[in-house]
Design a protein around this ligand. Sequence first.
Ligand code: AMP
Ligand code: MG
Length: 490
Amino acid sequence: MASGTLGDMGWELDNSYTQLPERFYTSIKPTPVRSPKLVILNDSLATALGLNVELLKKDGGVQIFAGNMVLRGSIPLAQAYAGHQFGYFTMLGDGRAVLIGEQRTPSGTRVDIQLKGSGRTPYSRRGDGRATLGPMLREYIISEAMHGLGIPTTRSLAVVTTGETVIRESELPGAVLTRVAASHLRVGTFQFAANWGNLDELRALADYTIQRHFTQAFDTDNPYLSFLREVIRRQAVLIAKWQLVGFIHGVMNTDNMSLSGETIDYGPCAFMNEYDPQTVFSSIDTGGRYAYGNQPAIGEWNLARFAETLLPLLADEEKEAIKIAENEIFKYAAIYQDSWLSGMRSKLGIFNQEAEDESLIEELLRLMEIYRADYTNTFLALTFDEFNDAPLFASDEFKHWYDRWLLRLGRQAESKAGSHQLMRNSNPALIPRNHLVEEALEKAVKNEDYDVMERLLDVLSKPFAHLPKQAAYASVPEQSSCPYRTFCGT
Ligand code: AMP
Ligand code: MG
């Protein structure tokens, strides 16, 4: 490989993570793969990162995405972290991912570039360190859909197939996803530090995280308190956004909660069709711990685990530190509720605040649940004032609610047109419906036909545009007798 092309490709990698104590990572190169092939590249993201799309598509770029070639200046590493998985604490770490570095973008930001599915690391435990094509494409589609919906998320830059098979329940094509994240610092990274590191190491990690995501905290009296407060705020706002679009993460373990406030680790996640707070898609979530309706409370639980790790930094006296931490965690519920309520008002075209709004919203959700109404399409119907023959719309209860809503809209200064515009901007024309995602994946994995996926990505990229071509993607499949199930992408 002629290394002269590297700079031309636009890579500007730095390795600030290696400034952390060695306990936090292991330097390790990705394991090369037999015959990599680029199957999808995120052109607009690549350009935003300062990368040259044409060169990335050539062999040099593909070798990098596959982990076959290490960029000049890159110190690839696997990160150490721990986590509560379904409530049980355990040591984890990047078992099938390698951070190749941090790209410094033309806009002056720093983002992690991580190869997922890049081979074994010291944290692999019994895993093979590999990933299969279907789940990597699934992460690509859903993460890009989330970005389109305006929800903070890791992004997907590229997927390559490896030319090797991976053994799961059957032999499947191997793949590597290039993931772009504000960082991969997780609640679990701090749990690792608190459990296995000393106080200096914990402080080094906290200072590094503040430096990367919360620099203003250094200007406050208690930077670690400001840090905790801001992590809590971002997480509350993020989960409110999930709820507003009906996104179910599926595996909200503490190792899958990013401190930057981005959605991370798209495994068994999926979007809800019919409104039902009990909705669970993940095959391993048999107890419904991560059901749609539980997500806000699980967020709070995870944040309490995070706050515990910071206790030694929050105050000299443990009792005082606990008081400070509890006081911050206590605020989570209100931040979440405010954020959710304001999002719901927008979805209903409401600009100002009235005490009765919450009951108006709750009543609509109650009716949607009773009449098994599609969550996304109900708001779409309200936005365009076009109602199909769904049982909800035919009910007297809904008509009563609708009149109440119209009266409510009449009690604000904004015009009807203003409300309509707010609703258009707040209610997506489409979400990545499970059957659409499955169809795209099947064509890609079985037939190596990426057209369906490319078209789906195109319509998902601007969900608030309400284009005619998006209408076909809004229909809901007939209720199947077998509920949709998702699996962890291992
Ligand atoms: P995830 O379910 O992707 O959040 O992963 C949970 C933990 O399992 C992380 O430590 C992963 O690195 C590890 N892991 C998942 N799949 C594999 C695999 N195929 N090989 C090695 N480690 C894995
Ligand atoms: Mg994970």
